[in-house]
Design a protein around this ligand. Structure first.
Ligand SMILES: [Zn+2]
Length: 225
């Protein structure tokens, strides 16, 4: 029985590493599949993990139709037993529906990996549709940590060293844009996300470089604008 499974987590929690491991396990059992990704840090048409492993993948853009791609492969005589989808938060809701159809009508196992919420703590449309449609949603157990040592549950966008909570939903990290400056991401616990206290701000607020403000009173909640 095929399944649509959504593995969710923050950045840095090992999603791409698990995607590569699942692909390896499937191949070891002589199953054949397709790997998709979008905006991977290593560039176009590559699925890479922070541990240094990578494999070729099909780059997803908004026009890609998963149903058509898979049916074309089958028609050409290839086998498609499973589909692995990385960075699935960037897929359109329609594309997630195409993945569900592959499971239901062609009996193909689909495993998707993605971040649930963006830097504003709002759901990505692709992740929302996955939560709505998946047979199973798994929260990854390899947990990333906030600078304070708590479990990191939220993604923060940092522009020129300062955490921001407004802007375009999708800006790929480690890039300099004309309008935004240098964009990076950092994972934080909810408390420090709500207080907009990234590691840079925590160091700046700390009286000595060795003492970080673990006391939450040292990180007041910024006023709502
Ligand atoms: Zn924290």
């Amino acid at each position: 029985m095929a399944d649509l499974v959504f593995f969710s987590g923050t950045m840095d929690c090992g999603k791409s590493t698990l995607a590569l491991q699942i692909d390896h396990n499937q191949r070891a059992r002589d199953r054949e599949g397709l790997i998709f990704t979008k905006f991977d840090r290593a560039g176009q048409s590559v699925l890479s993990s922070r541990l240094g492993l990578e494999t070729e993948a099909v780059e997803v853009d908004d026009a890609l139709d998963f149903w058509d791609v898979v049916v074309d492969c089958l028609t050409a005589g290839a086998r498609v037993d499973y589909v692995i989808c990385d960075e699935a938060q960037f897929y359109t809701p329609r594309q997630v529906e195409q993945l569900a159809r592959l499971v239901d009508e062609l009996g193909i196992d689909v495993t998707a990996f993605g971040i649930t919420a963006d830097f504003r703590t709002e759901l990505f449309p692709g992740s929302r549709r996955l939560v709505e449609l998946a047979d199973r949603v798994e929260v990854l157990q390899v947990e990333a940590l906030c600078w304070c040592g708590r479990r990191a549950t939220h993604n923060a966008r940092i522009v020129d060293g300062v955490m921001v909570v407004e802007g375009e939903q999708v800006v790929v990290g480690d890039t300099a844009t004309a309008t935004e400056g240098v964009v990076e991401y950092e994972v934080l616990c909810r408390r420090h996300h709500m207080r907009r206290m990234n590691s840079h701000a925590a160091r700046a607020a700390s009286p000595s470089p060795d003492t970080l403000p673990f006391d939450l009173d040292a990180c007041p909640v910024p006023p709502r604008r």
